[in-house]
Design a protein around this ligand. Structure first.
Ligand SMILES: Cc1cc2nc3c(=O)[nH]c(=O)nc-3n(C[C@H](O)[C@H](O)[C@H](O)COP(=O)(O)OP(=O)(O)OC[C@H]3O[C@@H](n4cnc5c(N)ncnc54)[C@H](O)[C@@H]3O)c2cc1C
Length: 479
């Protein structure tokens, strides 16, 4: 048995764990990282990168077809094999050598195996060969173990071995008929990708399509999915599932209707990877999401600090925001605060302080790569009202900007700005339309900077760009 001591031990080398360990090293402490699968985590191999690679070729083709002159040059269809090859390369062919080299280059030792907390500040790593290494942390242990796909208790579902996001994004072949249980981001993006790659897709969207976003988002994306031939079944709920002898899947809805498919994707949410990380050894509940304060220290339901503050959780596993960029933001704050606490330096954990992940509650940007794209940051009108804010909602047709009419023939899009009337600042912004992904960061800056609307008039958008929507929204709001 080998025992080694570091200042900080990070369990999980996804994007969040990697960034956190790096931040700790940059702060002058030592850190080790534990990983049971691939260094780089879900995002690199089974989530962000491969999904966007699957979607990009279809989006590029669509964009060309929407511009006369370019349209005439596009004579063929998507080359599915080439799309899958590109996806493979964006998933680094499911090899983590590149990321392992990076860990080496920045001086973060990697322990491969399942990490389990055995007692305060102690992590045991069980390697695939069964050997155990005991790591001890001088200052902090960070859980960055991420999340996995949630497979609900539907009769026959587990036995039918459905695809989760992992099997879907790494698929070697495109199924003829793909059924999807779910209507959220993963379900909508995969319905877009697979219908463009040739599957006949049926989406069982019990709660609607993208129902957590502004209502016009779900409406536009549903229309576009239907235009691609996707059967969008809003309100439909799977009652039971059966894998047939010929490999196909039968899904019986709660209404009794039966749907046949060659493959079934279950995309209804995530579950935390905390089942087998030793939480029971320190009096915490295995399988639960880990509640944290704004500096990512574990706290109880009542907000009281766990033990003396040695345990942190960052990224998906704390359920604050299940997005890579936000997890990495938490990692920067947590990595820096661990260093500050270890060195006895001032901790800046008040709102917008350098050690607090304040934006998690107020300004989370998200891009959904459906057709049309969706980008948003901050609150929806419904959320703002539920939070008790006195708001004004300003809507604008994105197609009415000169930039959008140049970008594509038949451009359709919509923008919504939510203004907090008491403070005269923007608290929410949603865009739907072609290529709106790159427009959202301006809104993120306006929200985080709490830029007064009066000052925003001086941020003049260039002509002719789609960003002119900012001016139009201000004009609609009035001075
Ligand atoms: C299909 C899909 C598409 C997505 N697309 C996007 C997107 O476009 N943009 C975006 O921002 N987000 C996207 N996300 C979300 C994003 O993937 C996650 O938010 C992100 O991966 C979380 O990072 P993490 O480091 O917290 O966890 P993970 O990436 O899940 O990494 C956790 C790591 O910990 C390891 N681990 C777990 N338990 C142990 C243990 N006990 N011992 C050792 N190692 C352990 C795991 O093997 C894993 O490598 C998507 C998610 C899905 C499912």
């Amino acid at each position: 048995m080998d025992t080694t001591t570091y200042d900080v031990i990070v369990i999980g080398a996804g994007p969040v764990g990697e960034n956190l360990a790096d931040r700790v090293i940059q702060g002058g402490l030592t850190a080790a990282i534990v990983e049971r699968e691939l260094v780089g985590g879900e995002c690199s191999y089974w989530a962000c990168m491969p999904t966007k690679a699957l979607l990009r070729s279809g989006a590029a083709l669509r964009a060309a077809r929407q511009v006369p002159g370019a349209r005439e040059a596009v004579t063929g269809e998507l080359d599915v094999a080439a799309v899958l090859r590109r996806r493979d390369s964006f998933a680094s062919n499911w090899q983590d050598d590149g990321q392992v080299s990076w860990l080496e280059s920045v001086g973060i030792p990697l322990y491969r195996g399942q990490g389990r907390i055995s007692s305060a500040r102690v992590v045991e790593v069980t390697g695939t060969d069964g050997t155990t290494t005991t790591l001890t942390a001088r200052h902090a242990v960070v859980v960055a173990t991420g999340s996995g796909a949630l497979v609900p208790d539907i009769e026959g579902l587990r036995a039918a071995a459905p695809w989760t996001s992992r099997e879907t994004v790494s698929a070697k072949e495109i199924p003829g008929r793909l059924a999807i249980i779910g209507g959220g981001v993963v379900a909508s993006e995969m319905a877009t990708a697979f219908s463009e790659l040739g599957s006949s897709v049926t989406m069982l969207a019990r709660d609607g399509v993208l129902h957590l976003a502004e209502p016009f988002v779900g409406e536009r994306v549903t229309e576009s999915l239907q235009d691609k031939g996707v059967s969008v079944r809003i309100g439909a709920e799977a009652g039971s599932v059966k894998r047939n002898d010929d490999g196909t899947v039968s899904i019986t809805l709660t209404t009794g209707e039966q749907i046949e498919a060659d493959e079934l994707l279950v995309a209804i949410g995530r579950t935390p990877n905390t089942q087998d990380i030793g939480l029971d050894n320190i009096g915490l509940k295995p399988g639960a999401w880990l509640k944290v304060d704004d500096t990512m220290r574990i706290v109880g339901e009542d907000g009281a600090l766990f033990d003396d503050g040695w345990l942190y959780a960052a990224g998906d596993v704390n359920r604050r925001v299940l997005l890579t960029h936000q997890g990495k933001y938490q990692a920067r704050a947590a990595g820096d605060v661990i260093v500050a606490r270890a060195k006895g330096e001032t901790v800046e954990d008040g709102p917008w302080g350098r050690h607090a992940a304040t934006a998690d509650e107020r300004a989370v940007p998200q891009v959904i790569f459906t057709e049309p794209e969706v980008s948003s940051v901050g609150l929806t009108a419904a959320n703002a009202e539920a939070a008790g804010l006195r708001i004004r909602v300003i809507d604008y047709d994105l197609a009415a900007t000169a930039g959008s009419s140049l970008q594509a023939e038949g451009y359709q899009g919509h923008a919504r700005m939510i203004v907090d009337e008491d403070r005269k600042v923007i608290v929410g912004f949603t865009l739907v339309g072609p290529d709106v992904a790159e427009l959202v960061h301006a809104a993120t800056i306006a929200i985080v900077g709490e830029v007064p609307l009066d000052r925003l008039w001086h941020a003049v958008p260039a002509f002719p760009t789609v960003s002119e929507v900012w001016l139009r929204l201000l004009e609609a709001y009035g001075r």
